[in-house]
Design a protein around this ligand. Structure first.
Ligand code: HAM
Length: 411
């Protein structure tokens, strides 16, 4: 019988990977919780119109990547991202009546019909934060701090924070006109996507990965427009104030004037966090301010800002570093004593296992070093002296410990 395989661009998350996922989920609860954010879980499918109106019908996500289906004559879509869904829930549940800021975080699967490659799947997971009700740049700074501190808590280092400002609809309109004016002479040389973007969403031209288009956009006259500052005084002040906060908070960042993001709802601040260890799909986190979205989706005028991170990308960065699933592995040839000790430790929240089949000590130690942080050795000598030997499987350091203090030692 032919085997039915997992769908292209989707993956099983296997038990051996679970420790990483628990780590990411626990850190989200802890770090975002410390900023007063609460978890929200919204449905995985929503009305197609929510994304068409929310994310924008000129974006690749809405045009090419949505999993849309009909049921009872309704057009439904598997969520390609969760900002639109959270905004819908915010409006529908009257959360604008809560005292601002309303801080929400989420995690869960998203679906985009993209060409699968390393770091890019058709079903992937995001963990994200949305903060409603504050228009001041202090909220931008705090949201970025939440992202950076979450990544730090996971032990990730060497990440690059890029920021940019997209201005407000008014100053952006002037910028778009100028951009179109300088690019127009090259229109017929641009890729098909850019030709459409030119008409529908010229800012997205800057995001094109096609080499020929990039060459055109690096021509001096075009570069001058891209690198120039187009934003109005108010938007410029917002961006300057944000940078002041980031400097004061010690968040290192780079300005990337090409950073425009692939979703239509943004205004003013946009940001991404990237890693050089991820290849071409190098963004672990993307976010920004979206002050008009709540109103555009039928709610009260409410400023907002947020971000989302790709959990598979995070997991691949965390890699082996946290692959140890057990706190301790008991190495012993006395199974009765081992099971008693294991139960004692488990009752005290120490995740542990022991060898059920009485293999040789060396084999047991080999297994321990693959799956546990510590080996708790319970040999004949140790049992006689009412002790255990505890080996730190990272450093190799081994100590003889009284059985009454095992817990203190392991914790
Ligand atoms: P996004 O940049 O489309 O933003 O996605 C955020 C993150 O999700 C990316 O940086 C990446 O790590 C991950 N990601 C996106 N697509 C894929 C994929 N096909 N496979 C694997 N990982 C992927 C948003 O979704 C916005 N909703 C973020 C936001 C929240 N802005 C404001 N609030």
């Amino acid at each position: 019988m032919a085997i039915i395989k997992v769908q292209k661009g989707t993956k099983d998350i296997l038990p051996v990977e679970m420790p990483l996922w628990y780590l990411m989920e626990d850190a989200a609860r802890k770090i975002f919780g410390a900023y007063g954010a609460q978890e929200i879980r919204t449905p995985i499918f929503e009305a197609t119109e929510l994304f068409a109106r929310g994310v924008g019908d000129t974006t690749d996500i809405v045009n090419k990547e949505m999993y849309t289906f009909e049921k009872s004559e309704r057009s439904l879509t598997l969520r390609p991202e969760n900002t639109a869904g959270v905004v819908r829930a915010f409006i529908e549940n009257g959360m604008h009546r809560l005292s601002a800021p309303v801080k929400l975080w989420y995690k869960g699967p998203m679906f985009r019909y993209e060409r699968p490659q390393a770091g890019r799947q058709r079903q992937f997971h995001q963990v994200g934060v949305e903060v409603f009700g504050i228009k001041q740049p202090s909220a931008d700074a705090e949201v970025m701090l939440m992202a950076v501190n979450y990544l730090k808590a996971l032990g990730l280092r060497d990440l690059i924070v890029e920021i940019n400002t997209l201005g407000c609809p008014k100053c952006r309109e002037e910028y778009k006109l100028k951009l179109k004016e300088v690019i127009k002479p090259y229109l017929s040389y641009l890729c098909e996507d850019c030709q459409t973007r030119f008409e529908k969403n010229p800012l997205r031209l800057l995001d094109c990965k096609v080499h020929e288009c990039q060459e055109i956009y690096s021509k001096p006259a075009i570069k001058e427009i891209i690198q120039g500052d187009f934003v109005c005084d108010e938007c410029a002040k917002h961006f300057e104030d944000l940078k002041e906060y980031l400097d004061a908070l010690g968040i290192k960042y780079q300005r990337n004037k090409l950073l425009v993001r692939g979703l239509d709802y943004y205004n003013r601040t946009v940001f991404e966090v990237k890693s050089n260890n991820l290849g071409s799909q190098n963004a672990v986190c993307g976010g920004g301010r979206y002050d008009s979205l709540v109103k555009n989706l039928g709610g009260e005028d409410t400023p907002a800002i947020g971000f989302a991170m790709g959990m598979e990308r995070l997991a691949s960065l965390l890699g082996e570093q946290n692959a140890k699933i057990l706190d301790a592995y008991i190495v012993s040839n006395n199974q009765l004593e081992a099971i008693k000790l294991a139960e004692y430790l488990r009752n005290k929240d120490i995740a542990c296992e022991f060898d059920l089949t009485n293999k040789k000590f060396v084999k047991q130690l080999e297994k321990a070093s693959k799956i546990a942080k510590f080996a708790v050795i319970l040999g004949e000598d140790e049992m006689k002296a009412n002790k255990v030997s505890i080996k730190n499987l990272e450093t190799g350091e081994q100590n003889s410990v009284d059985r009454t203090v095992i817990l203190d030692y392991l914790k």
